[in-house]
Structure formats: structure tokens, C-alpha cells
Design a protein around this ligand. Sequence first.
Ligand code: R5P
Length: 303
Amino acid sequence: MIVLSFPSSRSLARKIAKRIGAKFSEIEVKYFPDMEAYVRIKENLEGKDVIIVQTLAQDPNEKIIQLLFSSLTAKNLKARKVIALIPYLAYMRQDKMFKKYECVSAKALAKLIEASGIDAIFVLNPHLHRIKNLDEIFSIPSFNVSCEKEIADYLKKNFSKDEWILVGPDIESKPILKRISEISGFDFIVLRKKRFGPKEVKVFGKRKMKKKNAIIIDDIASTGVTLIKTIKLLKKLGFKKFYCIVIHLLSEDLLKEIKKYSQIVSTNSVQNKTSKIDVSKSFADAIKLYLTQKSIREIDELF
Ligand code: R5P
């Protein structure tokens, strides 16, 4: 068993390798002058089970090419099984044809991943909205790895549930908030959101709450507009203190604006200076179960 990764997922991949007791090796990637990618695996993979860790954020198209080239290469080098750990699975928000003749990117990417020979994938809290489960778009075994436990532990360690309430910006955040609330004992509310464009968002909600400190939790922060609009609405509702927790923080550019209103932390799904919540244990536990040949149903029930 060997864990491979590209530089951007190195830190998480090393932790996962350590937890499952596997060797870690970094894949070499270079660029030709015209920006074509060169990928080289520095190990003999013959007969081995190979785990490739690659998060598809911050230049997702480039990261996708790296993932596809490395899995095809691993298969070429006679790896027994190639398992992809994809902390952030890109393109899940384009999950239907919004306009006639559009590419449904979530399905297109799933097809490319399968065509590259990957035998199974594990994704951290995939953005599931109109697609309800990964197996709607993947025919290979696909598993959701959840980090609600890690977020709940972070809350219990750093906040008092008598003073803070959890806030989800939109209805899609509800399952995550509900699960975190069940584990941590913190109360939660969920607001409503309408998006008019990539940076045009309106967040609605009327409820006045006794607690005046809000921990806003969302699966993705991309432009940061959702978090900012949520904080602005909560301010109007009389909230005083704010804190943001994001599973997949896609860009550090949003931090300057957010930090005017709130502290923010994220998981190490995407390595950032905000990555304070480590998800390596959830990935390692999921992989261990898979490798002990538990049935897919048993793994699904656990995560
Ligand atoms: C959307 O449904 C997601 O859960 C996030 O709320 C959204 O992707 C955040 O994007 P942004 O930071 O650009 O508002």
C-alpha cells in the first residue's frame, strides 16, 4: 500500500499515510514552456494498492489533469488498485443543465475520473444538492467521508453552547448543521439564500434569537459573498459576535474581506492558512474499512 500525492495535498496525504501505516511518496509534476504538464511517479507500483490524494481546488482544471495522468500512469505501472482520495471534488455545483445545451460538469468529471482507471473514490463532504448521492454519477464504488465529527470536536473545545448558536446560510447546509448539532449539542438555525450571479447573493431570515453570537458553517466558501451576506443579515437581527467555519475554503483571496467581520477557520481539505481542522482521521478510518473488505453498505452506513 502506498499513498501518493501532489504538492498541494502533501500535508494531508502524509497524515493519512501515517495513520494507515503506508509509505508516502510525492508525485513529480513539472511544466513545459507551453504549460503542458509532466507527471512522474517515483515508485515501483507493480501489484500494489495505490492511494492518490488530490484535492481539486485552487486551479481545479490543472489538478484534474494531474489526477487523471497519475491514475492512468499508476495503472500503466501495473498497480493492483488505484483509490482516489479527493477531499474537494470540484464541479459538483454544476449538477444539472441550467440552460439548454450546457455541460453538466459534475457528470462529465465523474466520467473522466472513471475513464482514468480509478477503482474507488472517497470524497470529503461532497456538495450534494440535486445529485443526492455520489453513486448517481459514479459507477465505481464512491464514498462520502464526513468531517462533522471533527467540526463538532472543534466547537466543543473552543466555544460554549450557552453563548453561541450555529447558523447555516442556506437550506443545502441543513444536513451538515443538523449532524454537527446532534454530535456537539449546539443549537442551530438555517437561513434561506437566493443567488442571482456568482457574486450576487441575498440571504433571508427573520428570527430574533436569545443567543447573540453566531458560528456560521458552510461546506464551501468560494468568493466569500455568502458568508459576508449572512453576517450582514445577522447583524441586522441583533447578533454581536461572529465566527465562520468552512469545510472547503477554495480561495484565500476572500479572507481579507471576511476578517473585517469575523474570524474564520477551515479544514485541511484545501490547505490554507485557515486550515485548523484536520480531517485525516476520517479519511484514514474510511480507507481502513474499505481495505478490510467491509461491504459498501456497511461503509455507507458509517459515513
Ligand atoms: C452553495 O450552495 C454552497 O454551499 C456555498 O454556500 C457557496 O458555494 C459559497 O459560495 P460563495 O463563497 O461564492 O458565496
